[in-house]
Design a protein around this ligand. Structure first.
Ligand code: NAD
Length: 491
C-alpha cells in the first residue's frame, strides 16, 4: 500500500461525524500503511481543547478497532488541535501558521485536504478564508471534502456551489455520498458490466420493473431537530437513492474511469422525468410513523420525538415511481422507497424480469402463474446477490419449483472489508472522484425532487401515517398495485 502524503484539516473536529467515522477511518488507513509518517491532522472547532486532550478523544474513538497501545500512540501523535471560530478572520492566521509548521515538520509537500464536517451554512465562509488567508498551497494539491446535505433545493445548492467554486475547481471538490463508498453499490457496476447474461437483458425488453429499498429500523434518535427540517425526501432520495438509480440505469461507460462513469450517470439522471405537481402527487407517496408496539417495545410517534415540532408534517417515509425516458428504459418503472422506523434495517435492489412470453404450464395446471425471475442485490445488512429461477420439483410428476441461487459475502469478509468512509477518504487522498458526486448530478437530483417537495408543501391533505415497525403507509402498496406490481421485498 503506497503511502500518501497530506495534511488533513478537519473543520468540526469535536463533532459526531469526526469521532464516529473520520478518526476510525483514518486509523484503518494508518494501519494499512496508506498514511504512515508523512501525514498530520489539524482538528478545529470552537471549543478550547489542548493537543493532549484531542489525542485522548481520537484514541477513544478508535477503541473498538483494538489498537495496541503503541499503535494508538503513534497514530494520535499526528493529531493537533486548533481552537477556531470559522467566522473569525484572525483565527485563520493561527491555522495557517500551524499548517505551514506541520508541512515542514512532516514533509507534507504542500498537499492539503480540507474536510468540512460542519453545517453547510459555514462552507462559504470557510472556503473564502482558505483562499484569502493563503491556507491553500501553491506546490501541492488542495482538495475540499464536503458532507451532505448539499443545499436544500436546487436554488440553495446552486448558491452554495457558486461560493465553493469561487475558490475550488470542480476537480478539487469531493462531495461525499457515503452510500457510494459501500461495497455492494460499487458492485452494481461489476454485476452489470461484467456479466453478459445480465447486461444483454438490462433494458425495457426484458426488465419489468426495478425496486430500490433503503429501510431503517430506527427513528430520528437525537437528530430530530435536523431531520424535521429535512425529511426523507431530502435526506435520502435526493442523494443516496438517486445515485443508486443512476448506477442502475446508466449506459455502459467506454472505460471504467471516473470521467466516463460520471458522464453516463449524468445522462441517466437527465433522462429521469421531471414531474409536474400533479404527476408528483400521483407518483410519490409520503408517510409519517405513529406510535406502535413492535418487538416488545413501545415506539413513540414521530411528532413526539425530541426536537420535533408536535404539528410536524415532515415525512419519515417516501415511496415513489420514477420514469426514465430514454431508449433503454422507456416503460420500466423504477420504484424507490425509504423510511425510518420500518420493520427492518435493509438496503436492497430487486430487478424484476418480465414473465415468459406465455406460460406453457398453465393448461396442465402445473403452475397457474410462473414466478418472474428476480435478481436481488443485497447491500445491507448482508452483502451479496441472489437470482430466482424456476425449476422442476424433484420426484414423480411435474411441478414447477422456484429456486433461489443465493450468494452472500461471508460475514468475516464483510467485517474486514474497508468501511465506506475509509474508502472515500483514500479516494480523496489519491484524487479519485469516481465515488463522489459531481455538481451536475447534484443539481439534476435537486431538480427531480424539488417539484415533489413543492407538490407536498402545496398539498393540505393530512399526511398518511404508518405504525412504527411496518413497511410504510397503505398508499405505498397501492402505488405499485395500480400498475399490477408489488414490492418484492416484504420483511
Ligand atoms: P456536530 O454538531 O456533532 O458537529 C459540528 C461541529 O462543528 C462541532 O465540532 C462544532 O464545534 C463545530 N462548529 C460549529 N460552529 C462552529 C464555528 N462557528 N466555528 C468552528 N466550529 C464550529 O455535527 P456532525 O453530526 O458531526 O455533522 C457535521 C456535518 O456532517 C453536518 O453537515 C452533517 O449534516 C453532516 N453529516 C453528518 C453525519 C453523521 O453521521 N453525524 C452523516 C452525514 C452527514
Amino acid at each position: 500500500n503506497e503511502e500518501q502524503t497530506a495534511l488533513f484539516t478537519i473543520f468540526g473536529a469535536t463533532g459526531d461525524l469526526a469521532q464516529r467515522k473520520l478518526y476510525p477511518s483514518l486509523f484503518r488507513l494508518f494501519r494499512k500503511g496508506f498514511i504512515k509518517e508523512h501525514f498530520a491532522v489539524i482538528g478545529t472547532a470552537r471549543r478550547e481543547w489542548s493537543d493532549d486532550y484531542y489525542r485522548e478523544i481520537v484514541t477513544t474513538s478508535i477503541n473498538s478497532l483494538k489498537p495496541t497501545e503503541e499503535e494508538a500512540k503513534a497514530f494520535a501523535s499526528h493529531f493537533y488541535y486548533q481552537s477556531h471560530d470559522v467566522t473569525d478572520t484572525t483565527h485563520y492566521t493561527n491555522l495557517k501558521n500551524l499548517a505551514d509548521k506541520l508541512d515542514a515538520e512532516y514533509n507534507l509537500e504542500g498537499n492539503r485536504l480540507f474536510y468540512l464536517a460542519m453545517a453547510p451554512n459555514f462552507f462559504g465562509t470557510i472556503v473564502n478564508h482558505l483562499s484569502s488567508e493563503k491556507i491553500m498551497t501553491e506546490n501541492g494539491f488542495n482538495r475540499l471534502v464536503i458532507e451532505k446535505p448539499f443545499g436544500t433545493s436546487y436554488e440553495t445548492a446552486a448558491e452554495l456551489n457558486e461560493q465553493i467554486r469561487a475558490v475550488f475547481s470542480e476537480d478539487q471538490i469531493f462531495r461525499i455520498d457515503h452510500y457510494l463508498g459501500k461495497e455492494m453499490i460499487q458492485n452494481i457496476s461489476a454485476v452489470r458490466f461484467g456479466n453478459n447474461i445480465f447486461e444483454s437483458l438490462w433494458n425495457n425488453r426484458y426488465i419489468d420493473n426495478i425496486q430500490v429499498t433503503l429501510a431503517e429500523d430506527l427513528g430520528v434518535e437525537e437528530r430530530g431537530g435536523y431531520y424535521d427540517k429535512s425529511g426523507a425526501l431530502k435526506d435520502m432520495i435526493q442523494n443516496h437513492i438517486l445515485q443508486v438509480v443512476a448506477l442502475l440505469a446508466m449506459e455502459a461507460p467506454n472505460n471504467f474511469t471516473e470521467k466516463e462513469i460520471r458522464e453516463e450517470k449524468i445522462k441517466a439522471l437527465n433522462a429521469v422525468k421531471i414531474y409536474n405537481e400533479q404527476e408528483a402527487l400521483d407518483n410519490f407517496v409520503r408517510g409519517q410513523y405513529v406510535a406502535n408496539r413492535f418487538k416488545n417495545e413501545d415506539i413513540i410517534s414521530y411528532v413526539d420525538e425530541p426536537n420535533v415540532n408536535p404539528e410536524s408534517r415532515t415525512e419519515t417515509f417516501v415511496a415513489g415511481k420514477l420514469e426514465i425516458n430514454n431508449f433503454r428504459w422507456k416503460g420500466v418503472p423504477f420504484y424507490i422507497r425509504t423510511g425510518k422506523q420500518l420493520s427492518t434495517k435493509a438496503a436492497r435492489i430487486n430487478i424484476v424480469f418480465k414473465a415468459t412470453p406465455t406460460n406453457i404450464f398453465s393448461q396442465e395446471d402445473i403452475c397457474e402463474k410462473l414466478p418472474q425471475n428476480i435478481l436481488t442485490i443485497y447491500i445491507q445488512p448482508t452483502e451479496g446477490f441472489s437470482l430466482s429461477l424456476n425449476g422442476k420439483e424433484p420426484g414423480p410428476g411435474f411441478e414447477i419449483d422456484p429456486v433461489k441461487l443465493d450468494f452472500r459475502t461471508p460475514t468475516d469478509v464483510v467485517a474486514n472489508s474497508p468501511e465506506a468512509y475509509e474508502k472515500l477518504i483514500l479516494d480523496a487522498l489519491q484524487g479519485d472522484a469516481t465515488n463522489f458526486t459531481h455538481w451536475d448530478e447534484v443539481s439534476q437530483s435537486w431538480r427531480i425532487v424539488d417539484v415533489i417537495r413543492q407538490a407536498w408543501d402545496n398539498d393540505s391533505q393530512p399526511i398518511p401515517t404508518y405504525p412504527a415497525g411496518t413497511m410504510g403507509p397503505a398508499e405505498a402498496f397501492d402505488l405499485l398495485a395500480k400498475d399490477q406490481h408489488e414490492w418484492v421485498y416484504k420483511p
